[in-house]
Structures are given as structure tokens and as C-alpha cells.
Design a binder for this molecule. Structure first.
Ligand code: NA7
Length: 542
């Protein structure tokens, strides 16, 4: 008899999604085991401990909404909470709901195989631990598969060096370790949302900071602030309204697009509104703008020109300013990094921008970075080079479905999914925040809750009806996959290369296809609810 432990459900990942899914399934009385690569809960906030890491979502829209007690007990300290506080919050949740007892830590799942005869999944960790579960629920995150650059010599550098998502832990607290940047020659490769957050902190302490920039992003001011006692009381008193507003917005934020064209207002009104947005906190200047700025290239050109002007106003050296202004995409067509004095760091004497389009990196050396013109000697070299986004966390696990079919092969030309929740030939396999899922373009915890609740309702439905197997039909997944592509065609996201489109300079083999869902969170939820109301239409259940 097999000694492999058997559960009703196995969850991969103990981040925000995995933690809540565990809680909900346990409430249903199911036996659940979570396997987590890290040594604690927290997912994104466990791994990304670099200085400057923080929410770009308003903190009080980011926390879990499902426990009134938790909402009242937890005090967010800042409007855009920093990583150590976020990790502390998730640890507090894990303690409060006693989640850790059902989680195996330091357990990276390397293999998951569907056993047709037994109608269950068997997972195996890198260390060889095995477990079986009727359902396999992935909570592996959208940006968790760390991607190092494909540059010769990455293992040559003799100084301190790592990827931002592998920043060492501060053993005493919830944040990252002080790696001693003070006074040192620090290099950062990558200027995405992560690089921007790190650069603005490193510039405060480094003896000299060298930023290696391939292509700039359009950054916009975060405008963070401490939460006052009065604000705290107001937040706690108005949580239902906050979450209602998020639920009604297109991407789960407090912001919603202005549903009129930028061309319906005068030049003066438009300029005043852009200026107003620029001075507002968070993503409002992106997601609270005129709706056509994200759809119509002419409308987008107006906000793009405004943002470029702002950069020119913030960077003293006009030549440098031009290097920091994206020329290959408009504002908001890629993920907008939120900044706090990012552009101003380039006015400091201790900061140098190396434009890799002019002087490409040839190799990493023992001493630093060799570009086409010189060797930049460094003490510390940080890779802020991003992730194998959205699909990477799946394809790095050897996932095998019916008849030996591999998920990696199924997604070779881009993901094919039903509701971003799984696909044909992979029964009882449910992908929280998977590719094509509404939660991928969302204030993520808001949509994670929708995903988890939908899966939990499904589990209850199947148990009540004594059903044990669920699998999407080919028709349903093809229709959804087409719908995902169509929803993106109306937006400007598809008109530029970004991780939204599966484009990664370090992964030329990855096919260009839209990995997210651009139809909006309310439409996604409505579709999921409709599917459930029609006895999980599009799935075969037995
Ligand atoms: P991103 O947004 O993917 O940014 C990665 C950055 O690293 C980006 O500037 C890349 O330039 C750069 N990069 C990648 N490979 C190289 C090489 N080989 N050489 C030089 N520069 C390179 O990742 P982040 O971690 O910043 O952010 C990910 C998400 O996390 C973010 O959107 C938030 O939602 C949170 P490129 O863009 O290819 O020109």
C-alpha cells in the first residue's frame, strides 16, 4: 500500500492566494496541504525584500477583506505600505488563522502528475517528498519565476550580487538584510518597477550608483504618506465602502477610468486634469485617466507628451532627461512604475546612468560590468531584471495531465485556458491567478479573493453532488482564449512589447501572446458567476 500522504487538495504556494485558499478549503472540512518553496508564508512579500519594495496599491485596498476582525485589528502604517510591514501583516494572518500547521515550507514542487486511474494528482518536491491530492490548486504567483539576464559572465562577479527577488533576509525582522551599500560602488541592472524602487533607495546611501538601463519606463509619482490616527479611524469605519468601490472598478482599485474621451474637453481642461492626476497618489494617473488614453493612440499621445514634459522638468541635464523618456511606447502601455524622487536621483553626483542602447553590456567580469566602452568596477551588483512572467511559475514545474500531455507543450505557443483557471487534458487542476485570469490585471488581492471564493464554491458544489472530476472542454478553452485576445486588441497593451505580452529579452524562445485578461475585473467576475450558475458550463463534471 502506498505510504504517500493523500489529501482532498494540494495547494502550491503560500502567498496571498495560497493562504486564503487553504483557509477556505479547511472551513469546508477538506484535508489540504500547501507546499511552499520559501521558509515562511508571504509569496511576493516573502521573496522581494529589496530596499524600497512596497505596495503601489493603497494599503487598505490590498489587505484581505474576508475577516472583519482582521480588518479592525490590523493598522496599516502608510498609504503605500513597505515590504517589511506587508510581510509582518501576512505573518500576523498566518498566526491568527493558524495556517502554518498545514503548510510544508522549504518545499519546492518540481513535478505534478495526474494519475488517471486514481483520478488524483501526485506532486513531488525537489527534495523528493511526495503527496497526492484529488485537486491540485496552483497559487504560484504572476511574477515569481526569477529571470536572470542572459549576459555572458553572470557568475563571474566576485562582489556581492543577486537578483532583487533573492535579496537576503534580515534574520531579526521581516525585511531585507542590510548588505552594506553605504559608501560602496553599487550597480543595478534593470529599470522596471522593481529597479525604480531600489534605485531611489540605493542612491541615498551608495558611494556611487551606476544604473544600467536598457529601455526606460514612464514612471509616475507614488505620493506616499504615513496614515494619521484620524485616517486610520476613517479607513476602519469605511472598509465596506472601500471594497465596494474596488469591486466596481475595472482593475480592483479605488480608481476608475473617466468614461469620456480626452477630446471631449478643452486643451486647458485636459491639462488641468492631467496636472490634478499627477499630484494624486498611486495609480490614479494611469487608471483614473480618460478611458481613451488606454485605447486610442492619439489620446495616449497626449498623456505621453504630458508625462515626458514632467520628466524633462525633473531631470536637470536635458540630454540625460531624453535618455530617461521612453520613445518606444506610450504612457501606461506597459506597467507604470510608481516613483518617489526617482528622476531626481539622476541630478545627484553619485549617480550615473549607463544607456545600454548606446553602450551594450558585453560581459559581467570579476570586477563589475563591461560595456562596449569601458569596465564599470563595482562592489555590489544587483539584477532587477524581472521574471519569466505569468507562465514561468507553471512551466518551471513538470506538469503532466491526461495521457502524458505536458502543460509546457500545451502552452508552447502561448497559454490556452478556460477562464484562466485551467485547461483541457488537465482535470482537477485549478490555477488561481493563472494566465488569462481576471486577477492578472487587477489589484491582486481583490481578484485573488474572487478566484479563491469561486474555487471554494466549486469544491462545495462537487462535494454536495458527489462529483470528483472536472475538466474544461476544448470548445470552452478555445472560446475563452479567443476572447482574451479580443479583449486585449481593444487596448494599447498589445501594441508594445512587455511582460504583459510574454516578451522577455532573456527568453527569446517565449512566444509573444497576451498573458493577462484585459476585459476588466467586473466582467471577469460576471463570467465566472454565470459559469457557476449554469452548473459550471464549459467544464465536464463527473
Ligand atoms: P520588469 O518590469 O520585467 O523589469 C525588468 C527590467 O530589467 C527592465 O528594465 C528590463 O529592460 C531589464 N532587463 C532585463 N533583462 C536585461 C538585460 N539582459 N540587460 C539589461 N537590462 C535587462 O521586472 P520588475 O521586477 O521591475 O517588475 C516586475 C513587476 O513586479 C512589476 O511590473 C510589478 O508589477 C511588480 P527591458 O524592459 O527589457 O528593456
Amino acid at each position: 500500500m502506498s505510504t504517500t500522504p493523500q489529501y482532498d487538495a494540494i495547494i502550491i504556494g503560500a502567498g496571498i492566494a495560497g493562504m486564503y485558499q487553504l483557509y477556505r478549503l479547511r472551513e469546508l472540512g477538506l484535508s489540504v496541504r500547501v507546499f511552499e518553496d520559501g521558509s515562511d508564508v508571504g509569496g511576493t512579500w516573502y521573496w522581494n525584500r529589496y530596499p524600497g519594495a512596497r505596495f503601489d496599491s493603497e494599503s487598505y485596498t490590498y489587505g484581505y477583506s474576508w475577516s472583519k476582525e482582521l480588518l479592525q485589528e490590523w493598522n496599516w502604517k502608510e498609504h503605500f505600505s513597505p515590504q517589511p510591514d506587508n510581510m509582518e501583516y501576512l505573518s500576523f494572518v498566518a498566526d491568527k488563522f493558524d495556517l502554518r500547521k498545514d503548510i510544508t515550507f522549504n518545499a519546492r514542487v518540481s513535478k505534478a502528475t495526474y494519475d488517471e486511474a486514481a483520478n488524483c494528482w501526485e506532486i513531488e518536491t525537489e527534495k523528493g517528498e511526495r503527496a497526492r491530492g484529488r485537486f491540485l490548486i496552483t497559487a504560484v504567483g504572476v511574477l515569481s519565476a526569477t529571470q536572470m539576464p542572459r549576459i555572458p559572465g553572470v557568475d563571474k562577479f566576485k562582489g556581492i550580487s543577486f537578483h532583487t527577488s533573492r535579496w537576503p533576509k534580515d534574520e531579526k525582522g521581516f525585511g531585507g538584510k542590510d548588505i552594506g551599500m553605504k559608501g560602496k560602488r553599487v550597480g543595478v541592472i534593470g529599470t522596471g518597477a522593481t529597479g525604480v524602487q531600489l534605485i531611489q533607495e540605493a542612491a541615498k546611501v551608495a558611494g556611487h550608483l551606476t544604473v544600467f538601463q536598457l529601455a526606460p519606463e514612464f514612471c509616475a509619482p507614488l505620493r506616499n504618506a504615513k496614515i494619521t490616527d484620524d485616517e486610520q479611524a476613517h479607513i476602519k469605519a469605511t472598509y465596506p465602502e472601500i471594497f465596494k468601490k474596488c469591486q466596481e472598478s475595472s482593475a480592483g482599485f479605488l480608481h476608475n477610468f473617466v468614461m469620456k474621451s480626452v477630446f471631449e474637453v478643452s486643451d486647458e481642461e485636459r491639462e488641468a486634469f492631467f496636472e490634478y492626476l499627477y499630484n494624486r497618489p498611486g495609480f490614479e494617473k494611469w487608471l483614473g485617466n480618460f478611458v481613451d488614453t488606454m485605447i486610442d493612440p492619439k489620446a495616449n499621445a497626449l498623456i505621453t507628451e504630458f508625462m515626458a514634459r514632467k520628466i524633462r522638468g525633473r531631470v536637470k541635464d536635458p540630454v540625460l532627461a531624453e535618455k530617461l523618456i521612453p520613445k518606444n511606447h506610450g504612457f501606461g502601455m506597459r506597467r507604470v512604475p510608481m516613483d518617489t524622487n526617482y528622476y531626481e536621483v539622476y541630478n545627484q553626483d553619485n549617480v550615473t546612468l549607463v544607456d545600454l542602447r548606446e553602450t551594450p553590456i558585453e560581459t559581467i567580469t570579476e570586477k563589475g560590468v563591461k560595456t562596449s566602452d569601458k569596465e564599470h568596477e563595482l562592489d555590489i551588483l544587483i539584477y532587477a531584471t524581472g521574471f519569466d512572467a505569468v507562465t514561468g511559475a507553471f512551466t518551471r514545474i513538470d506538469i503532466t495531465g491526461v495521457g502524458g500531455k505536458k502543460l509546457k507543450d500545451k502552452w508552447a505557443d502561448g497559454p490556452v485556458t478556460y477562464l484562466g483557471m485551467g485547461g483541457h487534458d488537465f482535470p482537477n487542476f485549478l490555477t488561481l491567478v493563472g494566465p488569462h485570469n481576471g486577477a492578472t490585471f487587477c489589484n491582486i488581492p481583490r481578484c485573488i479573493e474572487q478566484n479563491v471564493e469561486w474555487v471554494s464554491d466549486l469544491m462545495k458544489y462537487m462535494r454536495d453532488k458527489k462529483l470528483t472530476r472536472i475538466e474544461p472542454t476544448v470548445k470552452a478553452e478555445n472560446e475563452w482564449t479567443e476572447h482574451v485576445a479580443e479583449s486585449a486588441q481593444n487596448s494599447l497593451f498589445t501594441k508594445t512589447d512587455s511582460w504583459f505580452m510574454g516578451v522577455n529579452i532573456n527568453m527569446p524562445e517565449k512566444k509573444r501572446s497576451f498573458l493577462l485578461y484585459a476585459g476588466g475585473a467586473p466582467a471577469y467576475k460576471a463570467k465566472c458567476d454565470e459559469v457557476a450558475a449554469h452548473n459550471y458550463e464549459g467544464f465536464v463534471l463527473n
